[in-house]
Structures are given as C-alpha cells and as structure tokens.
Design a protein around this ligand. Structure first.
Ligand code: TUI
Length: 314
C-alpha cells in the first residue's frame, strides 16, 4: 500500500489528482476519480459560475468523497467562479495559468485548501507565503498551457524551495512515473491525459481515439508568440496555427484563429479545426478503462517499482 502525507491531508486513499481539463473535466469524471480513491477535479474553465454550480451539484449527487475545482486564472469569469468555490466550500481549489494571490484569503477563510499549479520555483515560493496547502509542480511534458521547465528538473527544485507537500504533474502516465516523481521528492501526482480516456470521461470519442493512437512525438507546442504556450496533438489546426504564428498575421487575428478550438475538439470532435490538448505521455496510453481501474493499476505498478528501488544499491 502507498500512503503519503497528501492522503492524510485530504482524506483520500491514493495520492493522485485528476487534472482540471477545460471542456473535459466535469462533475461526472471528477466523481468517478474520487470514488476510485483519488481526488477528482472539476474544471471551471472559461465558463460562468452557473455552469460550475451545475457540475458541483452533479459531482455531489454521484459521490460523498472529497473533490476539487480547478480555476483557470486567465478566464474572464475567474472572479465569479472563485467566489462560488468559496461559497460551496469545495474541499480543494487548484489554480492554473497565473498567480492566485488575490483569491487566497477568500478561499482560506472558507476552509478551502488551495493547491496552485506552478511552473517555476518563484511562483511556488509566492503561493507558499500566501498560504497554499500544497503545490502542484507541472512540467512542460503536460498537455495544455505549459511552462518552460521539465518535470524532472522542476519537481526537485520546488521540493527544496518550499516546506509543503508537492505533487508532480506533466509526463506521468503509469506507475513508473509515480515512482519517479516520489524519488524526486513529490508526495503525490496529478494526471490529466490518462484520465482523458477513462470510461467515465465524456469527451468526444474522436478525442479519445487521437490520444489512443498518439505516439511519443505526436504532440507539439504552439502559442509562444502570444505568451501562453499550449501543448496539443499535431493535426491540421496545430500546424496551421504554428504557420500563422511565424507569419505577419496580427496578434488579434492569431487570437481569433485559436478561439473555440478546444470546444471544437472536445465537444464536436472536429479533427481538422479542433485543438486536441494532450501531454507527451499520450504515446503510452493505449486503453480505455474505468477511472478506478486506472488508479489501482498505476499504484500497483508504482508499489512494485518502489519495492525494487534499491536493486542497484551495493
Ligand atoms: O493551466 C494549465 N493548463 C491549461 S489552462 C488551459 S486553457 C488555455 N487555453 C488557451 C490558452 C491558454 C490557456 C489549458 N491548459 N496548467 C497549469 C499551469 N499553470 N501550467 C503552467 C502554469 C503557470 C504558468 C505561469 C502557473 C503560473 C504562472 O505564473 C505566471 C505569472 O507569473 O503570473
């Protein structure tokens, strides 16, 4: 059995979070992950508080276990979903794509544990000072909005910099990845891409197929010019966007080209004009499984790997 301080902190069986994936991580998926012993997370994405409330109600109707809400700080609705998360007293708020500082007091006063995603040591220190309960150190192997550093170099440096439980994210797709993250000092992991193909995940079947068929070099990063790099599966949309980035197209036009692309992938399954965000471990994902089975399988493998961890020590 694997138990870490994160399990005690949150009252969960396995130290694993399901990543908050916009247009994908809804109340149903979050409940399935929480029922499987991890921490399911609902993505507040770019939607308003009414949408988030609906998904929280769905999750509560499907599980008695704790779950979290992910707030994308670049969302135009960040203020109202931040307020709702406090009013609903969800167990955990995770944040992404920015500095959560201005909401920390609101959440903490409501008894919500705040666990920001950070992509650098400086942001980890900043949120630690502001009262984070833990941090998620996310490397650029992950899908969606990414930082510059890899998980391998980010996680140990964040562990050294803050006196908080650290979860590793980015590039973790099986039990070997969990074991490796623990060796870097993490006491938990966050996984997105592998849960994308969970049976309870309602993303469009074309999206699942793209992840299942992906190989090791199937993803690419675009969006650096506008200051928010995003990792996605290579397809006509991603290649066209990349070409446009290196053209004389204005920033406004480029922004327009990207808008709605994730919706077209996740909801419509449009292979040509959709943006299929996924991490580099997509190449290791080859089976649709129930969320609980994904969790059990990953931790059984992690346990076997960690038991053998001293095999080269003489
Ligand atoms: O946020 C994510 N992943 C995401 S957000 C998203 S929606 C989106 N769509 C189009 C463009 C941009 C976003 C899709 N995937 N992961 C967590 C994460 N946070 N990764 C990196 C960061 C991060 C980056 C900078 C956290 C803090 C940060 O601080 C910057 C600053 O100094 O404010």
């Amino acid at each position: 059995m694997i138990k870490t301080p994160l399990c005690d902190l949150l009252g969960i069986e396995y130290p694993i979070f399901q990543g908050g994936m916009a247009w994908i991580s809804d109340g149903k998926l979050a409940a399935a992950v929480s029922n499987g012993g991890g921490l399911g997370i609902i993505s507040a994405m770019n939607a308003d508080a009414a949408h988030l409330k609906q998904e929280i109600d769905i999750a509560r109707s499907l599980t008695d276990k704790p779950f979290g809400v992910n707030i994308m700080l670049m969302s135009p609705f960040a203020d109202q979903v931040a307020q709702l998360a406090a009013e609903e007293r969800v167990a955990v708020v995770t944040t992404g794509a920015g500095n959560p500082g201005k909401y920390m007091a609101l959440w903490r006063e409501a008894g919500v544990r705040v666990i920001p995603v950070v992509a650098s040591v400086s942001m980890a220190k900043l949120v630690a000072r502001a009262g984070a309960a833990a941090v998620i150190a996310e490397g650029g192997e992950s899908g969606g909005h990414v930082g510059d550093l890899t998980t391998m170099v980010l996680v140990p440096q964040v562990c050294d910099a803050v006196d908080l439980p650290v979860l590793a994210a980015g590039g973790i797709g099986d039990g070997r990845g969990i074991a490796a993250a623990f060796q870097l000092g993490a006491v938990g992991v966050q996984v997105g891409t592998r849960f994308l193909v969970a049976e309870e995940c309602g993303v469009h079947p074309n999206y699942k197929q793209k992840v299942l068929k992906a190989n090791d070099i199937a993803t690419m990063v675009t969006g650096k010019r506008l200051g928010h790099p995003v990792r996605q599966i290579k397809n006509p949309f991603a290649r066209e966007y990349q070409k446009a980035e290196y053209s004389t197209m204005s920033d406004e036009e480029l922004e327009k080209l990207g808008s709605g692309a994730l919706y077209r992938a996740a909801v419509l399954g449009d292979e040509k004009t959709g943006d299929f965000l996924a991490g580099q471990i997509a190449g290791m994902v080859d089976r649709e499984q129930p969320a609980a089975e994904i969790i059990r399988e990953m931790f059984a493998q992690a346990e076997a790997v960690l038991k053998e961890a001293d095999k080269w020590v003489r």
